[in-house]
Design a protein around this ligand. Structure first.
Ligand SMILES: Cc1cc2nc3c(=O)[nH]c(=O)nc-3n(C[C@H](O)[C@H](O)[C@H](O)COP(=O)(O)OP(=O)(O)OC[C@H]3O[C@@H](n4cnc5c(N)ncnc54)[C@H](O)[C@@H]3O)c2cc1C
Length: 264
């Protein structure tokens, strides 16, 4: 039996571009360049390595996002994933992490899975909560923040991995089906080859909306959100800073400056 791997990949605003909030204080996703969240490239890479080590495996990449989120899927497909699933619906506007986890969980159940692989966090929201929320919704074990991963025994087997903390490393193991997340220490993500980019154009991408997943509009969007942004303000421009010239009393002036800022 084939090991069914689903990798959750998020389309995020390009951090090098100009990012802003829309009038309703949601992230403006329509008017900005976006790309596959860099941290999710590690998730795709680990899924590819698990597939290469398995007898038989298939990788589906899944995104919940606007029309342009298909770019994130194409990048993952060009790295070597087999097929894509794109959930897009106007009613998703303003959906928070809880709502996103509902949509992802329904899409994962619709696709079928033995192992769900996520990044450690997205590069825009950076909450790092989705893998735990997904595991809870799917009712399966979660093994998060792994910097080394392997799967043994196929679809009915186990996923093993190492989680590195500040003072210790843990070896963790869970029976499949399970949800894992991998860190940016798990191994450099491969670049898509020219052949991979060409092949990705022909790989299937299933388009789904909320109705397909039997989700009511008020379960998601701003209306269904459990969290709300009350206020947002642009960060003030950086000031020039203070230059301390050492004319014999530099150290004293430096200490006074740091004490004034409550650093010492
Ligand atoms: C059109 C749209 C509008 C949204 N509007 C809002 C809003 O106004 N307010 C708000 O709070 N949230 C909004 N969201 C949801 C938000 O962008 C996040 O997806 C969600 O809050 C999860 O938080 P995070 O990005 O910090 O996830 P994290 O928990 O940091 O993500 C961890 C991992 O989960 C997976 N993942 C996360 N998001 C997705 C995704 N969308 N698709 C596939 N995999 C994913 C990735 O593997 C990622 O590495 C919106 C989402 C969409 C698609």
């Amino acid at each position: 039996m084939s090991l069914r791997i689903v990798v959750c990949v998020k389309y995020v605003p390009d951090a090098t571009g100009d990012r802003h909030f829309a009038e309703d204080l949601t992230v403006d996703r329509d008017d900005v360049d976006g790309l596959l969240s860099e941290l999710d490239e590690y998730a795709v890479e680990q899924a590819l390595q698990i597939k290469e080590a398995a007898d038989d495996a298939e990788i589906t990449v899944l995104t919940v996002g606007p029309e342009d989120a298909s770019d994130a899927l194409r990048k993952a497909l060009s790295m070597g994933a087999d097929k894509g699933v794109h959930v897009e619906d106007d009613d998703l506007h303003g959906t928070d992490a809880l709502g996103t986890s509902l949509v992802l969980a329904k899409a994962i159940e619709h696709t079928g899975y033995d192992l769900v692989v996520c990044g450690m966090a997205s590069t825009d929201g950076t909450m790092g909560v989705l893998p735990a929320l997904l595991a809870e919704r799917l009712g399966v074990p979660q093994v998060t923040q792994l910097s080394e991963v392997s799967v043994e025994g196929g679809p009915n087997g186990t996923v093993k991995g190492r989680r590195d903390g500040d003072t210790a490393s843990e070896q963790l193991e869970a029976s499949l089906p399970a949800v894992i997340s991998v860190t940016d220490q798990s191994g450099e993500a491969r670049y898509p080859s020219f052949k991979g980019i060409m092949a990705a154009k022909k790989k299937p991408v299933e388009e789904l909306d909320l109705e397909d997943l039997e989700i009511e509009a008020d379960e998601v969007g701003l209306e269904g959100a459990w969290t709300k942004v009350d206020e947002a303000a642009e960060r003030p421009a950086r000031t020039a800073g203070t230059v301390v010239k050492d004319e014999g009393e530099g150290a004293k002036q430096l200490a006074e400056f740091l004490a004034g800022q409550k650093f010492i």
